[in-house]
Design a protein around this ligand. Structure first.
Ligand code: NAP
Length: 417
C-alpha cells in the first residue's frame, strides 16, 4: 500500500503508519549566525530506522545550548564536519532531547514496542567498537556521538530514528514537554556529580554550582541535595537567587558583586596578579559566609569555562575536583598549575552520561524526587529560533525550556490514538 505523503504538524497518522515526508526545523549553512534567523521549517524525508533502531513520533523536544552553537556555525561547523566524513547532507536537523511515541521498530529491537511512550537520550555509540569491547564506558568510547548535534536528524522534526538503548520509558505523570526537557541537563549533571570516584558528592559535602538557575545548574542543585550534599549556587540576578533557594540550594552567591573574572594575568604582572588574587579570595570568603563555616567546596560544578575556571581551581578544596562539561564563556581557560599539584586538585572533563546514569536520573524524576524544571514551552516549531536566541542572550527563564513538536496541545501526558 502506498505511504501517505505528509501530515500537518500536530495531526497524527494512525499508530504505526509512516508518511514519506515530515516537517522539521532545519539549519542550513547560509543561515548560520544568530539563532533567531538560523532555523526554518522545511519538508524532509522521514528517516528509515535501521535494524537496532526505533522510529519515534516526536511529541516535544528539549532546548539545549548545543544548537545555539550549531546556529552560530561555531566552534564547529557541524554540516561541514559531516561532509568531511562522507555525508552529502547540506542541512542540519538539531535537537538532542525528546519525548514521543515509538512508531516503528527495527528487526533487532528487543524491549520496545510500537506505542510505547519514551524519552530519548542524546548520545549513541557503536556497541561493537574495539574500546567498548575492551570495557570502556560507552559514553567515553571514541565511537560516541551526540544525536542532533554531531549527528543529523535530531528531535526538531516530526519523526526521528534512534538506537533502542537511547530510549527510556517516560514517567507517566509528566507532560510531553516536561518529559522532553530534562535529560541532557539532568544526566550530564548526574555524571558530573556521581561519575568520577573518589570525587563524588558525599553527605555533608559543600558543592559550588555555577549557573545554578540554568538548565544544568537547576538539576545539579537537586541532585546534590538528594545525595546529601550542600549545594551553593552562583547566579547573576535576585530572581535567580530565589529560584535556586526554592530548589533546595543551601545558599546563593550573586556573581555580579565580583569583577575578577576571565583569564589570569601574566605571572610577572604583579599588580594584575594582586588584583585577581583579591577578587578570588573575596569570592572564597563569600562562599564560607554563605555556607556558614570555613570549608571549601569538595566539588565545583563547571560549564562556564574561560571566565570562571581560574576561580574554580582556586576555591576548590585540597584533593577536591572541578568537573567541567562545557565552556559557555570560552575555551581558553587558564589554570595556575601550582594549585593543581600542591593541593592535589583534580580538573575533570565530563560529557553527557551512559545508559545506566540516564536510567537513574529518569527514575529519580519518576519518583518525584527531582523536578525537570520546565520553565517555558514554545507552542510550536515556529519558535525554535526564538528560544535558542533567548538562550544565546542569557535571557531565558530559569530552568529548562521545551518546544511542542507533534503533541496536539500543551499539558498532555498521553496520546489517545
Ligand atoms: P543555560 O541554561 O544557559 O545555563 C548556563 C548558566 O551559566 C546561565 O544560567 C548563567 O547563569 C551562567 N553563565 C553564563 N555566562 C556566565 C559567565 N560569564 N560567568 C558565570 N556564569 C555564567 O545552559 P545549560 O543548558 O546549563 O548549559 C551550559 C553549558 O554546558 C553550555 O555551554 C552547554 O553547551 C554545556 N553542556 C554540555 C553538556 C555535555 O554533555 N557536554 C551537556 C549540557 C550542557 P547566571 O547568569 O545566572 O550566572
Amino acid at each position: 500500500m502506498a505511504r501517505p505523503d505528509i501530515y500537518p504538524i500536530g495531526e497524527q497518522p494512525p499508530l504505526g503508519v509512516i508518511p514519506e515526508r515530515m516537517f522539521a526545523s532545519v539549519i542550513r549553512e547560509e543561515r548560520y549566525g544568530e539563532p533567531i534567523n538560523a532555523f526554518a521549517i522545511e519538508e524532509m524525508p522521514v528517516p528509515e530506522p535501521k535494524p537496532d533502531q526505533v522510529l519515534v513520533n516526536v511529541m516535544a523536544a528539549g532546548i539545549n545550548y548545543n544548537n545555539v552553537w550549531v546556529s552560530l556555525g561555531y566552534p564547529l561547523d557541524v554540516i561541514a564536519a559531516r561532509r568531511k566524513m562522507g555525508s552529502t547532507e547540506d542541512f542540519h536537523i538539531g535537537g538532542s532531547d525528546a519525548s514521543g511515541v515509538v512508531w516503528a521498530v527495527g528487526d533487532n529491537v528487543k524491549e520496545l514496542q510500537v506505542g510505547d511512550h519514551v524519552i530519548v537520550t542524546s548520545c549513541h555509540w557503536d556497541e561493537s567498537a574495539p574500546d567498548i569491547r575492551m570495557g570502556v564506558d560507552p559514553i567515553a568510547s571514541s565511537s560516541q556521538r551526540v544525536w542532533g548535534y554531531e549527528d543529523n536528524f535530531g528531535s526538531f522534526a516530526q519523526f526521528t530514528a534512534v538506537e533502542e538503548y537511547m530510549c527510556h520509558i517516560k514517567p507517566p505523570q509528566l507532560t510531553w514537554e516536561a518529559a522532553s526537557c530534562f535529560m541532557v541537563s539532568g544526566a550530564t549533571a548526574y555524571r558530573q556529580l556521581r561519575g568520577w570516584p573518589p570525587n563524588v558528592v558525599r553527605p555533608g559535602d559543600p558543592v559550588l554550582i555555577w549557573g545554578g538557575a540554568g538548565g544544568l545548574g537547576s538539576l545539579a542543585i537537586q541532585i546534590t541535595r538528594e545525595l546529601g550534599g550542600i549545594p551553593i549556587a552562583v547566579v547573576s540576578s535576585q530572581e535567580k537567587v530565589d529560584y535556586c533557594m526554592a530548589l533546595g540550594a543551601h545558599g546563593v552567591i550573586d556573581r555580579t558583586e565580583f569583577d575578577h573574572w576571565g583569564r589570569l594575568p601574566d605571572i610577572d604582572d604583579v599588580d594584575g596578579i594582586r588584583a585577581w588574587s583579591e577578587g578570588a579570595r573575596a569570592f572564597g570568603k563569600k562562599f564560607w559566609e554563605v555556607l556558614g563555616e570555613r570549608r571549601a567546596p569538595r566539588i565545583v560544578f563547571e560549564h562556564v569555562g574561560q571566565q570562571t575556571i581560574p576561580t574554580s581551581m582556586y576555591v576548590v578544596d585540597t584533593g577536591g575536583m572541578v568537573v567541567i562539561c562545557g565552556g559557555t564563556s570560552g575555551y581558553n581557560a587558564d589554570v595556575d598549575l601550582r594549585f593543581l599539584w600542591m593541593r592535589q586538585k583534580r580538573l575533570q572533563g565530563s560529557h553527557f552520561a551512559n545508559r545506566r546514569e540516564c536510567a537513574e536520573v529518569n527514575e529519580l524524576v519518576r519518583q518525584g524526587r527531582i523536578d525537570p524544571c520546565l520553565s517555558y514551552t514554545a507552542p510550536s516549531m515556529e519558535e525554535c529560533g526564538k528560544v535558542h536566541q533567548l538562550m544565546r542572550n542569557n535571557e531565558h527563564p530559569p530552568g529548562n525550556m521545551a518546544m511542542i513538536v507533534n503533541a496536539p496541545s500543551l499539558g498532555m501526558t498521553d496520546l489517545p490514538l
